[in-house]
Design a protein around this ligand. Structure first.
Ligand SMILES: Cc1ncc(C[n+]2csc(CCOP(=O)(O)OP(=O)(O)O)c2C)c(N)n1
Ligand SMILES: [Mg+2]
Length: 770
């Protein structure tokens, strides 16, 4: 079954030790040698690194192919940097500046590190799961002919064992079963320690069962060769060893040989006498540290054997802090060796003082050619892959016609029209939704373009001639990826599909839909997608209390504030269908622009009368965050500032109040996010000597400084109330601050003060002296 070991095991062992040294030294240098100007602990995780160096040496210098992609456990970041240092793709300067500005990042970062990082990591669990969705994207690209089968790679996640507590991992593997995902290696660094302590024993035997039941092959690498041979010949000792709890095992690893001896003597007595005689204390400690994840022969054999595309979970037993003085200590997670300990390690590893950064320091002349050859043979990318942008022409997107429309319905129409018109953009759009495809209005698009599955899935209802508006057949040509209800998976799917240009050189235009309130369910995954600069459209609908009878559990209040604080994601909230068409066109353009970003469209199911447009003058303003729907007079005492679905109330109030307040303006805000960003960018530019006012300053300077603003949105009022800070105008903010409830629109708008009466009272309050 197992292939013969073909690699130079000795050279791998040397590389393992080099990585252990270089990662520990990089962290030590940042904490103890580099000048510390602020007194803050710099930090780093020497123990988490040492736990993984053998696994990572075997992967990068033996197992990985050129198309494989890896998500590295965040706390093993310094090992990844050390690997690239050995490969010649990381500079000493960046390592010396580890955790400093512009230096190697604490946790691997696609965008901020100079080395090729396939997936950023940091928030545990997400880096693991994103590899599954990246594998699905690879399947999608090969099925659609964007990518050759022969260019397929494997997706590897290096996982901390405590990371396995993150629920999003299980959501992902459940989705993976449905899509028959392949080409995954998830390698658990099974050191049985978390951040706080040693991990709970009762979960011990469960992880493999969970994965097996989801169709994974589970390979447990418990013992290294030496320990395995010894225990196989000594049943009593093996039984005793295997009964040790996580905490006992870790404590013994920390205490060392004498502790192993006295414990074995006490518990096995005469039965172990011969065994104990043949080992001195050091040899005894070394024997018991020979776990699978530290044994090159074991790792090489296991990786070589898994040469098919079956998703595989490797559980590699390790010791946290292997080879370091705090190995196994429960408090070692953020532990740092002190200078004395570091000097002792340096001597034990034959590293000469002053030569700490030499990449092959301590490698003897005899071994050097073999080690160098192995480094040379590594097939991993040494340079960052170029990012694919500008491959696709984004056509003008016309507004769907209709006197009365909701933005949600317009969204469905725009996609349908795009699909019918065809073309490169339409072919590269991939839609996805966590079981709300139909209710977010993707139905017509899906009818046109079909569901994606690797294997054909007939539409049983259609075959049985049961009437239905929705086709539900899948093939490998489909363009909609159906997801179960797990919003975290939606965002990871968008992250992976939104990185297709980076990972595979082929740009996709991913569109994910969900209900606006449930953004919060996947928020960390959304942030994670943005952090990696994945590009997509996020279409959230319905939103706000405007969904009326659906009630409080489905009414969103704070997503505009979330978007205001989320880098890499542009919030647009259109009131009208033509605005939405312009925003979708802009959103697609931003996906394929090197300096672009992702776009969040907050849509509504409320059908409203569309406005008459005299010209296209509104368009540029709408794409920049707002425009005057009703121009103010230069001396206007007040303006109504409204966003999204409540525009009819704002217009009606404007009609009514304009008679008494001449020159009253109505500002349509389409993106508080862009207005705010423009404001702060212009401020920073002023400090650099540039004096161009931002869009929001230009808009509001049409009013006198003494004018009042009544802001209104079906969202937290803070989304717009900050506008008063731009030029110092007074603000009366209207919006939703309490949980919603069921009701008709009129009732709800009256109850939550989103109606004409509230606007009138707010304007009056601004105008009348207190
Ligand atoms: C989502 C999230 N929660 C908490 C943390 C803080 N944290 C960092 S590492 C860690 C535990 C690490 O244990 P394990 O995954 O076993 O890694 P190792 O033992 O290899 O360091 C925790 C809780 C985090 N990085 N991400
Ligand atoms: Mg651990």
């Amino acid at each position: 079954m197992l292939k013969p070991v073909t690699t130079d095991i000795e050279a791998l062992k040397i590389l393992d030790e080099r990585l252990r040294w270089l990662s520990a030294w990089t962290i030590h240098h940042a904490n103890h040698i580099r000048e510390n100007r602020d007194g803050l602990k710099v930090g780093g995780h020497q123990a988490s690194c040492a736990s993984m160096t053998a696994i990572m040496a075997t992967l990068y210098f033996h197992a990985l192919g050129p198309n494989d992609r890896v998500a590295v456990k965040p706390h093993a970041g310094p090992v990844l940097h050390a690997i690239h240092y050995l490969l010649g793709s990381q500079s000493r300067e960046a390592l010396e500046n580890f955790r400093g500005l512009g230096g190697a990042q604490s946790y691997p970062s696609r965008t901020k590190d100079r080395i090729p990082v396939d997936f950023s990591t940091g928030s545990v669990g997400l880096g693991v799961a994103v590899t599954l969705f990246a594998s699905l994207v690879q399947d999608y690209l090969t099925a659609h002919g964007w990518m050759d089968d022969s260019d397929r790679g494997r997706f590897v996640a290096l996982i901390g064992d405590a990371e396995l507590d993150e629920g999003n991992i299980y959501e992902a593997i459940i989705e993976g079963v449905k899509h028959d995902v392949k080409n995954l290696w998830w390698i658990v660094d099974y050191n049985r320690q978390s951040l706080d302590a040693t991990s709970a024993d009762r979960m011990f035997e469960r992880f493999d069962e969970i994965f097996r039941s989801c169709g994974w092959r589970v390979v447990e690498l418990r013992y290294g060769k030496k320990l395995s041979r010894t225990l196989d010949g000594n049943k009593a000792l093996k039984d005793w060893f295997e009964r040790l709890s996580n905490a006992e095992l870790s404590a013994l690893h920390y205490q060392g040989g004498a502790a192993w001896r006295s414990r074995i003597e006490a518990e096995l007595g005469n039965a172990a006498a011969t065994f104990l005689k043949s080992y001195n204390d050091d040899a005894l400690a070394s024997l018991f540290t020979d776990l699978g994840g530290h044994c090159m022969e074991t790792l090489v054999e296991a990786f070589d054997a898994a040469d098919d595309d079956v998703p595989t979970l490797f559980i590699a037993w390790t010791i946290k802090g292997f080879g370091l003085p705090f190995a196994g200590h429960k408090d070692n997670h953020a532990g740092l060796m002190n200078p004395t300990q570091m000097a002792a390690l340096r001597e034990s590893m034959d590293v000469r003082e002053g030569r700490e950064w030499e990449s092959l320091e301590s490698v003897g002349e005899n071994a050097r050619p073999g080690v160098e050859a192995l480094i040379e043979r590594s097939r991993v990318a040494r340079e960052k892959r170029s990012r694919a942008f500008g491959q696709v022409a984004v056509p003008a997107i016309p507004a769907p016609s209709g006197d009365e429309q909701s933005t949600q319905a317009a969204f469905g129409r725009i996609l349908l029209d795009l699909s019918k018109a065809g073309g490169d953009l339409a072919d590269r759009i991939v839609t996805t939704s966590p079981d709300v495809t139909v209710s977010t209005n993707l139905g017509a698009w899906v009818n046109q373009r079909g569901l994606f599955r690797r294997s054909e899935m007939p539409d049983i209802f259609a075959q049985a001639k049961i009437a239905s508006a929705q086709k539900w057949a899948a093939s490998n040509e489909g363009q909609h990826i159906e997801l179960g209800i797990a919003e975290s998976n939606l965002f990871l799917m968008l992250a992976a599909a939104g990185l297709s240009g980076d990972l595979f050189g082929e740009r996709l235009f991913p569109i994910g839909t969900l209900y606006d309130p449930f953004i919060a369910r996947g928020l960390d995954a959304l942030n994670y997608a943005c952090y990696q600069d994945a590009r997509f459209l996020l279409v959230a609908t319905p939103s706000g209390i405007t969904l009326g009878p659906e009630g409080g559990a489905h009414q969103s209040i704070n997503p505009p504030l979330i978007a205001l604080g989320q880098p890499g994601l542009r919030h647009y909230e259109p009131a009208y269908a033509d605005e939405l068409a312009a925003m979708m066109e802009e959103g697609f353009r931003l996906i394929d622009d090197p300096a672009g970003e992702s776009t969040y469209l907050r849509l509504s199911t409320r059908s409203i009368r569309q406005v008459e447009r005299a010209d296209d003058g509104w368009r540029e303003g709408a794409l920049s965050g707002g425009y005057w729907l009703r121009e103010p007079a230069p001396n206007a005492e007040a303006a109504i500032v409204a966003m999204g679905a409540v525009m009819p109330e704002a217009l009606a109030a404007w009609d009514e109040l304009s008679e008494d307040i001449p020159g009253l303006g109505l500002l349509a805000v389409t993106s508080p996010d862009l207005l705010h960003r423009g404001w702060t960018v212009a401020q920073a530019a002023r400090w650099g000597g540039q004096r161009k006012p931002s869009h929001v300053e230009q808009l509001l300077s049409r009013l006198p400084p003494s004018a009042g603003l009544v802001t209104i949105a079906d969202a937290a009022p803070a989304s717009l109330s900050w506008l008063g800070g731009v030029l110092g105008q007074r603000v009366a903010p209207l919006g939703v601050e309490k949980f919603g409830q069921t009701g008709s629109l009129a009732d709800l708008y009256a109850t939550y003060r989103l109606d004409g009466d509230a606007i009138t009272k707010a304007v009056a309050e601004l105008l009348l002296p207190a």
